[in-house]
Design a protein around this ligand. Structure first.
Ligand code: FPP
Length: 236
């Protein structure tokens, strides 16, 4: 039976959740924050090693400015307010994405969250913020190209392992299970390299409604899947 070590979630459906109730989109994001808190706690209790969550994509800047500003304020406030609970739960928070492009407030609070939890030994919570999978691959390519230009590395020495070690979180295992609430059948530029062999689980449940039992259902479905990594059916 395969057990998932690394679960990644595209936290989608906040806007629709709010719309269905005649509320502003931000009410959906505020509820999405609560769902994230629930699922981080549940992931730790279940014993997952890594939970990656997509908080803000590099394409989300195209949303109305008022929504972008409110999301940035939410990230800043939530990371500060949730820090004591992350500590209490022994969660090691990390942040992935082009943080230097974020406004100073949320950038600093995300960095503080990572810095202040870095010695924790429980669940690793990888928060993707201003993150794009293609941008991550470009950043890794630039890092390696710079080392080649400096004469430190030969182009032919670049292989899959070295490339993987040049990504934002070089020490994390690959994603086993990618969960997408909200029903869309898309990957949306999330962890493109890391999901190469991930199982994908899509549920119509909107992210603000997502409960521990939905996570458990996804993990149970994962355990029933036959992961082949390119091999023939049944081949060991
Ligand atoms: C996508 O739903 C969701 C987001 C762009 C924001 C996700 C952010 C949170 C859940 C808050 C997390 C908090 C921290 C501290 C990281 P959508 O607006 O695209 O929904 P829709 O598809 O229904 O419109």
């Amino acid at each position: 039976m395969a057990v998932a070590r690394h679960v990644a979630i595209i936290m989608d459906g906040n806007g629709r959740w709010a719309q269905e109730r005649g509320l502003p989109r931000m009410a959906g994001h505020a509820e999405g924050r609560k769902a994230m808190k629930r699922i981080v706690r549940a992931s730790g209790e279940i014993g997952l090693e890594v939970l990656s969550v997509y908080a803000f994509s590099s394409e989300n800047w195209a949303r109305p400015q008022a929504e972008v500003d409110a999301l940035m304020a939410l990230f800043e406030q939530a990371t500060r307010e949730e820090l004591p609970e992350l500590q209490e739960q022994n969660v090691q928070a990390r942040v992935s994405g082009r943080l230097h492009e974020l406004p100073p407030g949320p950038r600093q609070s995300l960095l503080d969250m990572a810095e202040q939890t870095k010695h924790n030994t429980g669940l690793i919570l990888n928060v993707a913020c201003n993150y794009g999978g293609q941008a991550e691959i470009v950043d890794a390519a630039q890092k390696l190209a710079r080392r080649c230009a400096d004469g430190e590395l030969k182009p032919e020495e670049i292989d899959r392992d070295l490339f993987a070690r040049s990504l934002y979180q070089p020490d994390l295992p690959p994603v086993d299970l990618l969960i997408r609430p909200g029903g869309e059948m898309r990957v949306s530029n999330f962890l493109l390299w890391e999901i190469a062999y991930a199982e994908i689980y899509v549920t119509p449940v909107l992210w603000p409604d997502f409960q521990r039992e939905h996570l458990e259902a996804a993990l149970a479905a994962f355990e029933k899947r036959e992961r082949r990594f390119g091999k023939a059916p049944g081949q060991t």
